[in-house]
Design a protein around this ligand. Structure first.
Ligand code: SF4
Length: 372
C-alpha cells in the first residue's frame, strides 16, 4: 500500500523511484532536506526489497590493521600516528600472520586489511604479507588496502597505480575495501585530509582496480564540515563510475566520529542523520547492489533499524577493529554470530551469511562452504 507522504516534495521522487528512473542532483537535495524521514525511508525500503527481498547479509570477517604509523595528518583521523610516537605500532610479518590466525575456529571467510601510510614499509613487504596470508589461509578472501594506500605505495615505489594493483593482485589481494573516499569535494578535502590523494585520484585508482577485474566497495564520510550539496555530488560521482565499470559491490556511509581528532568540536551525528544517510544512498545509488549499515560505527541498534530504511547488509562479526575505536566508537568490537542473527530476525529480515562477493555461505559446526 502506498502511503501519503507528509512532505509533498517527495511525490515526484516517488514516481521516479517506482518507475526505476535515476534520481538527479535536485532530488538528492530534497531527500536530504525533507523532514519526512518515514517518506524517504519508505522509498528506500521499496528499492531495497526490489533488489534483495527480505535478505539481510552479514559475513564472518576479521579486521587486520598492520600499522597505525602514517605520514599524513588528516584532521579527521584519530588512528594515524607519527613513527616516533611512543604509542605507534607496526606489526612484523609474523605478527600479522599470527593476528590473522587468532580466533580461527570461527571459520572466517574474509580478512579486511587497512592501515596507515607507513614511510618505510615497501610494496614488496605488503606483497609478502599477502602471500603469507594466502599460504596459511588459502580459502580466505583478502580485501585489502584503500585507494589512498594504493596511491601512496605507487608514489613511493615510483610506479603507476596499475602496476601496484597488479603486483598486489598477483600476491593474493582479492578486492579492495573502499575507504578513504571521505567526501570528494576539494574544499572539504583541503580542510579534513589535505595530505591524501584527491577525490579525482581516488576515483581513478578505483577505475583502474575495476579494469583489472578487482571489485571494490565505496564509502562516504559524512557528518563533519561537508554540505548537503557535497554529499549529493559525491554520490553522483560514485554512480557515474559504477555506470562505467560496474566494479563497486557495496556502498558504506561512514559517520564521522570526532573524538580524539582535530575536529572534536564537531558534534556526533544523530540517529536521524544516520538513518537518513542509509536511505538517501539507497535511493541515489540505484546501480550499486548493496548498502551496508556498518554496525561498528552506527551501533547495532541503529544498524538494526537501517534494515527497514534501505540497508541490506550489516557487515561482519568483527573480532578486533582499531580505527573507529581510536576515534571513540563505544560499540563492542566483537558482535558474535548469534547476536547478529537476532538483530536481523527481530527486524523481520532473513539472515544470509555471505562471503565478500555475496555468495551464500553454508555452515556446519566449524566448517563452511561457499555456494558458487
Ligand atoms: S585518515 Fe588514513 S591517511 Fe589520514 S592520517 Fe589517518 S591513517 Fe593516515
Amino acid at each position: 500500500m502506498t502511503p501519503t507522504f507528509e512532505d509533498a516534495r517527495l511525490e515526484p521522487i516517488r514516481q521516479k523511484v517506482e518507475s526505476g528512473v535515476a534520481l538527479n542532483f535536485e532530488d538528492g537535495l530534497t531527500l536530504y532536506r525533507s523532514p519526512d524521514l518515514l517518506g524517504v525511508g519508505w522509498m528506500a525500503n521499496l528499492v531495497r526489497e526490489r533488489l534483495h527481498g527480505d535478505a539481510t547479509y552479514f559475513n564472518v570477517n576479521r579486521h587486520i590493521n598492520p600499522t597505525d604509523v602514517c605520514v599524513a595528518s588528516c584532521r579527521l583521523c584519530a588512528f594515524g600516528k607519527r613513527a616516533k610516537d611512543p604509542k605507534a605500532y607496526t606489526m612484523s610479518l609474523d605478527q600479522v600472520w599470527e593476528v590473522a590466525g587468532k580466533g580461527w575456529s570461527e571459520a572466517v571467510t574474509e580478512f579486511h586489511i587497512v592501515g596507515g601510510l607507513h614511510p618505510e614499509l615497501t610494496l614488496d613487504w605488503y606483497c609478502q604479507m599477502l602471500r603469507g596470508l594466502k599460504e596459511r589461509f588459502p580459502q580466505v578472501h583478502l580485501k585489502a588496502f584503500t585507494m589512498v594506500e594504493i596511491g601512496y605505495l605507487a608514489q613511493r615505489a615510483k610506479l603507476s597505480a596499475r602496476d601496484v594493483l597488479q603486483q598486489l593482485r598477483d600476491a593474493g589481494m582479492d578486492s579492495l575495501p573502499g575507504g578513504g573516499a571521505e567526501v570528494f569535494s576539494e574544499r572539504v578535502r583541503r580542510i579534513i585530509c589535505d595530505h591524501k590523494i584527491t577525490g579525482e585520484q581516488w576515483l581513478e585508482v578505483a577505475r583502474t582496480a575495476h579494469q583489472l577485474g578487482l571489485h571494490s566497495n565505496c564509502t562516504m564520510l559524512y557528518g563533519h564540515i561537508e554540505t548537503e550539496e557535497d554529499r549529493v555530488d559525491h554520490l553522483l560521482e560514485l554512480r557515474a563510475l559504477q555506470a562505467e565499470t560496474n566494479g563497486f559491490v557495496t556502498f558504506i556511509p561512514l559517520a564521522f566520529h570526532p573524538e580524539h581528532t582535530a575536529l572534536q568540536h564537531i558534534p556526533k551525528t544523530t540517529g536521524f542523520a544516520d538513518i537518513r544517510e542509509i536511505a538517501v544512498s539507497r535511493l541515489m545509488l540505484d546501480n550499486i547492489p548493496h548498502i551496508k549499515a556498518y554496525w561498528i560505527m552506527m551501533t547495532p541498534r541503529i544498524a538494526q533499524i537501517a534494515q527497514r530504511f534501505g540497508a541490506d547488509d550489516l557487515d561482519g562479526t568483527v573480532v578486533e577493529e582499531k580505527i573507529y575505536h581510536d576515534a571513540g566508537a563505544t560499540t563492542s568490537q566483537n558482535l558474535r554470530r548469534g547476536e547478529l542473527l537476532r538483530l536481523i530476525r527481530e527486524a523481520g529480515r532473513e539472515p544470509v551469511e555471505r562471503d565478500t562477493l555475496y555468495r551464500p555461505v553454508e555452515r556446519a559446526e566449524n566448517t563452511f562452504t561457499v555456494l558458487v
